[in-house]
Design a protein around this ligand. Sequence first.
Ligand code: PGA
Length: 250
Amino acid sequence: MSLCIVANWKLNGSREFNYQWLLDFSKSFNGEDFSSVGIAPAYLYIDHLKSIIADRDIKIGAQNIDLEETGARTGEISASMIKDLGCEFSIIGHSERRILFHETNQIISQKLIQANNNSVIPILCIGESAEENQSNNTFNVLEQQIIEAFENANELSSLIIAYEPVWAIGSGKTPNPEEINSVHEMIKDVVQSRFPKIGLESVLYGGSVNFKNASSLFEQKNVDGALIGGASLDGREFALIANVFNELRV
Ligand code: PGA
């Protein structure tokens, strides 16, 4: 099964955290198939986490990759390096990277190519700001992000998009589920009609997803899963969200 419930741990974690999280997750997850579950820890903990998830088929990924394969780029990590550690996916273009690290759609486009070249599934994040949302510009902004990101990366064998309104991340606020559904539908239409050589697998929603709002989101036809930040740091709550998804969608 493809990735549906993905944890973005951001700048959090330790080896101790990995052990405790896995214990909490395993006690509460009631599915047998782990293959729809993914975790993006900090790079440093990828190897450790992989070693302790043992035979559970949880997918491990990165939160970012560099736009180059090798070179004089101190501090960077390439798609081939995360692949070497067994990562199956990478988040690309998260709004925190766009805002804090000045990532443009052009940079993101190059990262998508790197991921694709190394058989790493990109989870491309797109989303509008609060002002753009309030001025009813959500569709235009997303369309622009999509078009620019795929301008040079218009042949990708596999892609996941995460719709993450910037104002919903870590704020406890979300658009209403019907709005999210129609945005996801529009994203699928734009990608499929304009970029027929992109293998869009699914569109996840991200931004203040938690156990309480999970079912209202997963009931929406075009919501294929979730990218979860804050609530994913608690192994128990993350497992409960995955259980809700399994009950409604699998
Ligand atoms: P949040 O973060 O769930 O804490 O809102 C989501 C994300 O940034 O991917």
